[in-house]
Design a protein around this ligand. Sequence first.
Ligand code: AMP
Ligand code: ZN
Length: 473
Amino acid sequence: MSVYLYNTKTRSKEEFKPLNEKMVTMYCCGPTVYSYAHIGNLRTYIFEDLIANTLRLAGYKVKHVMNVTDVGHLTNDSDDGEDKMLIAAEREKKSVMEIARHYEDTFFRHTSELDLKRPTIVCRATEHIEDMIKFVKSLEDKGFAYFSNGNVYFDTAKFEKYGALSGQNRDDLKHGARTEQDTNKRNASDFVLWFTSSKFENQILQWDSPWGRGYPGWHIECSAMSTKYLGERIDIHCGGIDHIPVHHENEIAQSEAHLGHEWVNFWIHMEFLNTKAGKMSKSTGGKTTIDTLKEMGYEPMHYKYFTITSHYRSSAIFSEEAMDGAKKAYENLKDYVAEFKAKVKNTTLSSDELTELEKLKSEFNAYLFDDIKTPLAISHMWGVIKDNKKSENIRLSYLMHVDSVFNLKLKDVEAKKPESIEITPEIADLLEQRKEARATKNWAKSDEIRDKLASLGLGVKDLPNKEVELIKL
Ligand code: AMP
Ligand code: ZN
């Protein structure tokens, strides 16, 4: 079955056809590790993981690369403001590297608590400075970069397609208009490829380069590292919608100017998680993290469930009421799994059951293959769970399939333990009477006692060794 994905580049849903049948290449912009990733950031990573899982479900192998920005990202995406890592180091009285490692470790702890698969390659900007310098050098040699007052800039006027992804005219001067103009730039939309100390005297992380000691601009790392690990053309590039107008435009300009051809087939962007008050962002104090959620009484899986009940191309609003709803639904889901596991003693399915299971699985898959329609996949799931006409065995197998894509830890749910039954003197007496009746083959009396036990909510099952097992009805 084909997979269809919405491509920001063409503004339409397209059939996904990989460049190489054997391996899908996917690059996702990773975290800037100067503070904790908030749950909005994690919404984007949850969906990226799900896109990779859906492609695996469709039979592809996926090579997923994610960068870690530990240098170069300024408080404004278009190269103005201060260095995010430096501000954090000063605030927390730690070295820039201590800051970077601490927030990177916490990021991966949180993604693993959300059961997101670690990308095939995680690459840090600071460990790829040589690759970036080579990339900038190539842009300079090809006439796309210029040196101005200590910094190297990308000349957006030289790249005709500049602005095509976001549908902006380069002359809109959007990036420059928002902030103080950098007078070193030829065009307001030009951006920095390499800073030298002329920009920040107290920049701690610096490297030698053909343009002097300095450090890379933020955008260049994604172009350099994706080309290094995924080659000159890639199938999918992901990120949040905020990246479309600056970061991704700049990535395209650098990469295509360097490579001389189109670079990415599918651009996929995730809509934002907002609060009732508006945008949730790290720089404006969006402090809700996975750890804060835990303090509020929610588990990471409650948040993952909440996330996938909306579509990645629709924004979602975070609230306690919404989280309470997700928590309840997820716990209910686990209860069903526990109950099915307790009831299914033999997981072998008959051939009719197998046919039915395959049909259900392909209905579920079809929602994901149609641009990752998670809300419809979830409602299909609840339809199957609540359909009492289907055997528990089918429902359980189907849920294990769902879990192989969503990774909601349903596989780890334990079978519900039989509830212990208190044997009151009355029940003990009835059981004794039933034993005698059966010994004397007084079946009418035995049936009468079984009915009395049923009226107390108990069923009775005869075991081979003449013992009986009481079960709650
Ligand atoms: P950053 O660490 O700020 O570079 O952001 C990491 C990822 O989270 C990027 O793909 C952003 O586009 C994305 N992002 C930022 N804020 C939000 C939000 N409120 N909701 C969803 N994704 C977001
Ligand atoms: Zn990027």
